[in-house]
Design a protein around this ligand. Structure first.
Ligand code: NAI
Ligand code: 3PY
Length: 313
């Protein structure tokens, strides 16, 4: 079995040695420009166009992340980027769910315990206890009820917050109110105090967090964007913060990354920013998932994590 690997920033030697450990029978090589030798599997992130073009004999391609929007969006300009009829897999959880839980829980508790308000008071040397918020005033609405949304929902439920989710199809998760499809988006937003975005980026979800959507949230709402920058219309977000509809936003992802220095988001006092670190690929968990999936494919067994190319995630 031949495996080719390409990642523009990862430690290739580290990945190669751990992949080899999990797949001792495989010949694994770092793909270099000009390499068109046979391969059964390709492991990639931001692959150069010539890496996969014409490789119709691949058994599968693995994206080394959870979101496949960057690879699928390039198909518009480079239709040969992915060979036809080769299944594309993505990383399912592989340690990212835990990281998303940590991020979401810490930020929701930060808002719930009014640490943002106390931080402002501190800047004016103001010693003033504020009224507590109650969990029932803090309905959490999670857009995107997939692998990561599910885990984040569970962790916030454990803190006693009312949790609801919105997705393409209805979920039956214990204790979580489920809303499905465009017809139920309004009901999902009505009363949501903290909106957490964990949708994939697809043509349907681009710009979904816009003025019309933000206006439907509860007053003094908060936005936590953990998915992709293209989901949010930045001008509408800033307007909602200025009007007082939104009390705060924490953003991990941006339309342009790195976020350009001239962006008003940097300077807004009620916007917190992290540099796309909400959940990163954990090599050992990712390699275990890929090796398990390759084993299942070789034996003709069922797998999970295959991307539906028509849905785009
Ligand atoms: N900021 C970061 O560090 C990271 C961000 N991500 C982002 O998180 C996203 C979600 O990851 P997973 O939970 O693994 O994905 P997933 O594929 O398991 O879940 C996606 C969910 O979105 C819902 N959905 C998709 N299109 C929809 C639509 N048009 N209307 C309503 N619901 C829709 C699906 O029904 C599903 O519940 C990734 O696509 C990626 O963009 C993932 C990892 C790290
Ligand atoms: O895996 C992904 O989709 C990411 O965004 C990693 O940061």
């Amino acid at each position: 079995m031949n495996i080719i690997f390409y990642h523009p920033t990862f430690d290739n030697a580290y990945w190669l040695s751990h992949l080899q450990h999990h797949l001792p029978e495989a010949n694994i090589r770092i793909w270099q420009p000009g390499d068109s030798d046979p391969a059964d599997y390709a492991l990639v992130w931001h692959p150069p166009v010539e890496m996969l073009a014409g490789r119709e004999s691949l058994k599968a391609i693995f994206a080394l992340g959870a979101g496949v929007d960057s690879i699928l969006s390039r198909l518009k300009t480079h239709p040969d980027l992915l060979p036809r009829n080769v299944p594309l897999y993505r990383l399912e959880d592989t340690g990212m769910a835990r990281q998303m839980q940590e991020y979401a829980v810490s930020q929701v508790l930060h808002w719930f315990r009014r640490f943002d308000d106390y931080q402002l008071q501190k800047q004016q040397a103001q010693w003033q206890p504020l009224d507590d918020y109650q969990p029932e005033q803090f309905t959490i609405g999670i857009m995107g009820a997939g692998v990561l949304g599910n885990n984040v929902a569970q962790s916030l439920q454990a803190w006693g917050f009312p949790v609801r989710c919105w997705s393409r199809s209805r979920k039956s998760w214990s204790g979580v109110e489920s809303f499905a499809g465009p017809d139920e988006l309004g009901a999902f937003l009505h009363g949501t105090r903290v909106l957490i975005n964990l949708l994939p980026s697809t043509p349907e979800t681009e710009n979904i967090i816009n003025r019309a959507l933000l206006e439907q949230l509860a007053d003094d709402a908060y936005l936590l964007n953990l998915a992709r920058g293209v989901h949010v219309v930045d001008e509408d977000l800033l307007a909602a913060l200025e009007s007082g509809k939104l009390k705060g936003a924490m953003l991990d992802v941006f339309r342009r990354e790195p976020l350009p220095p001239e962006s008003d988001l940097w300077r807004h006092p009620r916007v917190a920013i992290t540099p796309h670190i909400a959940a990163v690929t954990r090599p050992l968990e990712a390699i275990a998932f890929i090796a398990k999936t390759i084993g299942a494919l070789e034996r003709g067994e069922a797998t999970t994590g295959q991307v539906d190319l028509t849905r785009g995630y």
